[in-house]
Design a binder for this molecule. Structure first.
Ligand code: 5GP
Ligand code: MN
Length: 341
């Protein structure tokens, strides 16, 4: 069977691939990595591609997967012991693949392998993607990197483990099919994955909704301490390092809090901050209406999607909140003046 020719555009930088195996060429060693603080789509896409390449390529091809420690709840998807959590050895991969990462710095410790590799490939769905690889396949209208991967896989090679990993990414990035990035295609793909036997009810409960006692306590605390600003159009809450330590938790335990803040009536933008260091905050933003939070995150060196974005900011908590809300207020007032015209 002939390999379909790649369609190249934008000076050959952006590549529309028909199939992932097209870019492997004669690569014998392949490295894969996702972004720092791995979320469901990151873990799902990395595991799905790892197991797909293991299955679809012949013997003698080495495939390694690098990720920071993943949340416990994602370990039910498949054997996650294969994940390498640090630079264990110096190796120059024939091909290194970045997944679900809008920019090179998002790869964290795995950047070293990416930069040393002979060929690099970037598969993603972030509108803010900086096209940092030799070959870039970015579908910014896709719900998730897992949705992009499904299109690059041969369907008959998707076994139950791969299907579960893809389903994990789709449900997490769409908030279980409720965010505006959910399309007809997303639902069709989810349907196909279900026919592969994905235990969807169990996966949704166990990886998305289930919270342990500490996680619930932190959710409660964030809601209790949240403040409304910009005449109720913006809600802000924060978690200090001390609070995280008090509840014996990590940032992964804050999953879902931003979603609860976002559904406060009348709110256009929800902001959750958590302290990562002295005067350093990781910022999560979610928008309901017309505010483009990706633009704001990008201004402060981060990125993401129009309705879900993040960045890291420095300063006191008041500086950070003031800087963010100034941008939100600006977008809100522009929108108001546009409506008045
Ligand atoms: P979250 O708020 O869930 O951490 O992130 C929301 C979205 O923004 C995700 O798609 C995530 O990949 C992206 N994002 C979060 N933080 C950063 C960041 O520091 N840099 C970039 N480029 N994207 C980010
Ligand atoms: Mn994603």
């Amino acid at each position: 069977m002939g390999i379909p020719k790649l369609i190249e555009k934008v000076l050959g930088v952006e590549v529309i691939m028909k199939h992932i195996l097209e870019v492997l060429g004669d690569a014998r060693t392949i490295g894969i990595a996702g972004h720092v603080r791995p979320d469901g789509d990151c873990v799902g896409s990395c595991l799905a591609l790892y197991y797909y390449l293991k299955k679809a390529t012949g013997e003698g091809i080495r495939v390694d997967l690098y990720l920071e420690p993943i949340p416990e709840k994602f370990k039910t998807v498949g054997n996650t012991d294969i994940i390498k959590q640090e630079n264990e050895e110096s190796i120059k991969y024939d091909l290194f693949i970045a997944l679900d990462s809008g920019s090179l710095d998002r790869l964290g410790f795995a950047q070293e392998y990416f930069l040393a590799a002979n060929k690099t490939l970037n598969i993603d769905h972030h509108i803010s993607n900086t096209r940092f690889a030799g070959t870039n396949h970015v579908e910014d209208n896709a719900s998730s990197t897992c949705e992009v991967l499904f299109g690059l896989f041969e369907e008959d090679k998707i076994d139950l483990t791969i299907a579960k990993a893809l389903y994990l990414g789709i449900i997490h990035d769409t908030g279980v099919f409720k965010h505006s990035n959910t399309s007809e295609k997303t639902m069709m793909i989810a349907g196909k994955l279900i026919t592969k036997g994905v235990p969807f009810s169990q996966m949704i409960d166990e990886t998305f909704y289930l919270k342990n006692y500490h996680q619930n306590q932190m959710l409660g605390r964030c809601l209790l301490e949240s403040i409304l600003v910009l005449h109720g159009k913006c809600i802000v809450s924060s978690v200090s390092k001390k609070t995280l330590e008090f509840y014996d938790s990590t940032s992964a335990d804050l999953d879902g809090i931003i979603d609860q803040l976002r559904i406060t009536e009348g709110v256009e933008v929800a902001i959750l901050l958590y302290e990562t260091d002295l005067h350093e905050y990781k910022v999560s933003m979610r928008a309901n209406g017309f505010v483009d939070v990706r633009k704001i995150a990008a201004y402060f060196g981060g990125g993401g999607h129009i309705k879900a974005a993040g960045c890291t900011m420095h300063g006191t908590i008041h500086d950070v909140v003031n800087n963010l809300t100034a941008h939100i207020e600006h977008q809100l007032s522009n929108q108001t003046s546009e409506q008045e015209q």
